[in-house]
Write a protein that binds this ligand. Structure first.
Ligand code: MCN
Length: 777
């Protein structure tokens, strides 16, 4: 029974707690039996369907858009181009944060104005009474365009002769940023006994959520209110962005996120589809649904990663790391979405990984290319940074001929808080213990002692990666409301799209409020019902949302105690609360259940001077970042003839502070590791030179299947975070951060006898085989 009763809650004044228990996820039954409602399941009377006519060219000037044939297709209600938006009072441009940019690029227009900059950019929107008729009509839109040369690689885009996307960014650089101290790093590298350098590619990824992006928009002309149901990680964030794009006040917009089939970062952003559906619903006064196909999601949804980096690490004979110099060109695609153009600027803040590196310098350029916009994909900057640090540390170990675990141990940070050379202040950790326990669990010494090859001639290797992940950040709301019958509704501005907040928030509130777990209902995803929210990304929900609901629960408990004192006719200080019951044994034999107090709170039991009601709202602001950490160890066997990589064992040790629900934590790690293995071994978005996306379907873009992912052995240490009362750190992205370097380090270790010191991700059979062939030549 996946919704097995979690049992009685702990009590506020008592010792039992649900936090720390692996309570079964209460959301799974609906998700697994098909009872959950996803956006594309939503139906309304007179529902119409919107589809885009998209640009085939990656870079072109639009001369004419002929919509006549599309308009005369049966069932078509409207065909829109930019001219229709321009003729309305809707701004029609997705907001972009220009803070810190070297240029002033325009935001992404909902429909292309006079120029397209990536393949798949929407040019016209067709609305019809049926989704297939809409598709047929979209195919009938005739676009006349004058092609421009395209550029897809960020380093080529910086060359003088490269095509330019924006006139005020002639070198295609949107922003250049620096972290750390260049001079100190140059000196440290010059003084170091050894330096190692690597050119690294962090491959471009496409988020593959089960449900592509989708939206259903309704306009109530009487109320002048817009309701948009959509696939969102941040309903209030989407409301704010729709408000800017549509020129409507936020009070006129309600955003509802029903069940969302995975987010992985790309459902935090505003894309043209949601705004176009809203524009059409307001214009036509009918509900309008837009659902991206898988191919459209691949072509024009925000992609992730795509860094090209040159990095140099200095290390002394005794293994002391002296400095790290990093230069990165980050592809940001053709348009900024929200703050995406600034993202490459902070990626370097995790380059110190777990090590006390006295000097680090990182220069990053955010570069426009004729490719789909790039934003965050699970990990968002942290996997890129950790990959650089952990590949370079491995390279240094090889240069010195020392055990890579030993080199790491010699440099691990041991005292906290610790400020790194790139400005991150690590809150707490026990890095040495994490490393040792991971190595023990994996049997590191035995794995290192294996012969180079097994009986089948496969090369054997073992690798590890340590990591540090910044988690949390910003404000989050949490409301706890007790109803007159003693049941409780908890709501938060975060949004669960697979993470299990309905379970973990209920565990937290059950403990803090001392009511039964089953009496607690958790709500997220409705901007009308929840005061304000930031959303779910950056592994922030447990820290911010969790502490917000915890604080509200404590406030409700204290209000209930005050009410109980009145009902029991006892001083508040004499009131005890145990097993959901208030008593004052020194004053009366009477008791009051939490439900009695809740009922009294709404009328007859409220003493003079107290307001009726039993609820509290907290806006929790996290001032300091909490840093999750861990060590992942991987052993592999590599077939030199086929290039096949067999991951024999994968051991993940992670420390996310206090664990609210260790089972959910393990699930999050396993999901993240699967995606990290996807990046390391299979996934890469590939563009042809003319800007056509070659990997525009799941036939060409290789997401790992379950049989590609080994059993992941999870281990944990628990180092509470001093940054918040619950002592928690986030865990939602850890696996995607640790897995890529751990896998690549293991494969490079296996191939070391051939003299191979690096193979770029993804480590497909073809790439590995070519590396072996080149090495043998
Ligand atoms: N948890 C816990 N104890 C902790 C930390 C977390 O019990 N110390 C639990 C939480 O209570 C929550 C889950 O683990 O139920 C994840 O919590 P947290 O680390 O706070 O991360 P968020 O809930 O903010 O989730 C965001 C993170 C991100 S950024 C991406 S991307 C991601 C991810 O989570 N996308 C996911 N995990 C995903 N899982 C699924 N199934 N689908 C996605 O799209």
């Amino acid at each position: 029974d996946p919704t097995a009763d979690a049992g009685d809650a702990g009590t506020a004044d008592g010792p039992d707690t649900l936090v720390g228990e692996g309570v079964d996820r209460r959301e799974d039954a609906a998700l697994l039996t098909g009872d959950a409602t996803f956006t594309d399941d939503i139906d309304h009377p007179d529902l119409a369907y919107l589809t885009f006519a998209r640009s085939e060219a990656a870079h072109a000037d639009i001369e004419a858009v002929d919509t006549a044939a599309a308009e005369s297709t049966e069932g078509v209600l409207a065909v829109y181009t930019w001219d229709d938006i321009a003729a309305s009072d809707v701004p029609g441009v997705l907001p972009i944060s220009t803070h810190g940019l070297d240029c002033d690029p325009p935001g992404h227009p909902v429909l292309a104005r006079d120029r397209v900059r990536y393949q798949g950019q929407p040019i016209a929107a067709v609305v019809a009474d049926d989704r297939y008729r809409a598709r047929d009509a979209a195919d009938a839109v005739e676009v006349t365009a004058d092609s421009r040369p395209a550029v897809v690689d960020q380093r080529e885009a910086r060359a003088e002769a490269a095509p330019t996307l924006y006139e005020d960014a002639p070198d295609n650089v949107a922003a250049t940023s620096e972290l750390g101290d260049r001079e100190a790093t140059d000196d440290a590298l010059a003084d170091a006994d050894h330096t190692v350098e690597r050119d690294l590619t962090n491959n471009r990824l496409i988020p593959t959520a089960l449900e592509p992006r989708a939206a259903v928009a309704r306009w109530d002309a009487g109320d002048e209110r817009l309701t948009v149901e959509l696939t969102s990680q941040s309903p209030h964030g989407h409301r704010g962005k729709l408000s800017t794009t549509l020129g409507l006040p936020e009070s006129a917009i309600r955003v509802v996120a029903p069940s969302v089939g995975g987010g992985f970062g790309h459902k935090g952003h505003h894309h043209p589809g949601e705004a176009a559906a809203a524009f059409a619903a307001m214009d036509l006064a009918v509900p309008v649904k837009w659902t991206a196909t898988r191919g459209e999601n691949y072509l024009a949804g925000a992609h992730g990663r795509d860094h090209r980096t040159t990095a140099e690490l200095g290390v002394d004979d005794d293994g002391t790391i002296r400095g790290l110099a990093v230069e990165t060109d980050a592809n940001v695609g053709a348009y900024g979405l929200g703050g995406s153009l600034g993202m490459p600027g902070w990626y370097g803040s995790l380059l110190s990984s777990q090590y006390a590196i006295p000097a680090i310098h990182c220069e990053t350029r955010a570069v426009f290319t004729n490719t789909a916009p790039i934003h965050s994909y699970r990990g968002a900057g942290r996997p890129e940074a950790n990959y650089v640090a952990e590949r370079l540390v491995d390279a240094a170990a090889r240069e010195l001929g020392v055990d890579p675990a030993e080199l790491r141990r010699r440099n691990q940070i041991a005292e906290f808080p610790h400020e790194t050379a790139v400005g991150a202040t690590y809150d707490s950790g026990d890095y040495g213990r994490g490393l040792d326990e991971a190595l023990d669990a994996a049997g590191w010494a035995d794995l290192r002692d294996r012969p180079d090859r097994d009986d089948d001639g496969r090369y054997l290797g073992v690798g590890l990666a340590c990591y540090v992940e910044s988690t949390g950040g910003g404000m989050e709301s949490g409301v706890v409301r007790a109803h007159p019958d003693g049941t409780v509704t908890v709501s938060a501005g975060t949004h669960s799209h697979g993470q299990g907040h309905a379970t973990t928030y209920a565990q937290i509130v059950a403990d803090e409020l001392g009511v039964d777990y089953d009496a607690i209902d958790v709500r997220e995803g409705d901007s009308d019902a929840i005061p304000q929210g930031t959303g779910t990304f950056g592994s922030r929900s447990t820290i911010t949302g969790g502490n917000a609901v915890a604080e509200s629960a404590r406030a409700v408990r204290e209000t209930a105690r005050e009410l109980a004192a009145n009902l029991l006719d006892a001083p508040e200080s004499a009131v005890e609360y145990r097993d959901g019951t208030f008593s004052a044994p020194d004053h009366t034999a009477e008791t009051r259940a939490f439900a009695d107090v809740a009922e009294a709170a709404y009328g007859w039991g409220v003493p003079e001077g107290m307001d009726p009601g039993l609820e509290a709202t907290t806006f929790f602001e996290q001032d300091e970042t909490a840093y999750t950490f861990g060590t992942h160890v991987v052993s592999v066997a590599v077939d030199p003839e086929t290039g096949a990589v067999d991951i024999e064992r994968y051991v993940a040790l992670d420390d996310c502070g206090e664990r609210v629900n260790p089972t959910i934590v393990e699930g999050q790690i396993e999901g993240g590791v699967a995606q990290g293995i996807g990046q390391a071994r299979y996934e890469a978005a590939v563009y042809a030179d003319d800007g056509s996306l070659e990997t525009d379907s799941m036939l060409d873009y290789a997401v790992p299947r379950s049989f590609h992912v080994p059993d992941i052995e999870t281990e944990a240490t628990v180092t509470p975070s001093p940054t918040n009362d619950l002592g928690v750190k986030g865990i939602g992205e850890a696996g995607t951060i640790a897995a890529p370097p751990a896998v690549v380090n293991a494969v490079c270790d296996a191939l070391a006898p051939l003299g191979i010191d690096h193979v770029d991700m993804p480590l497909t059979g073809e790439r590995v085989r070519s590396a072996v062939r080149d090495a043998r030549e």
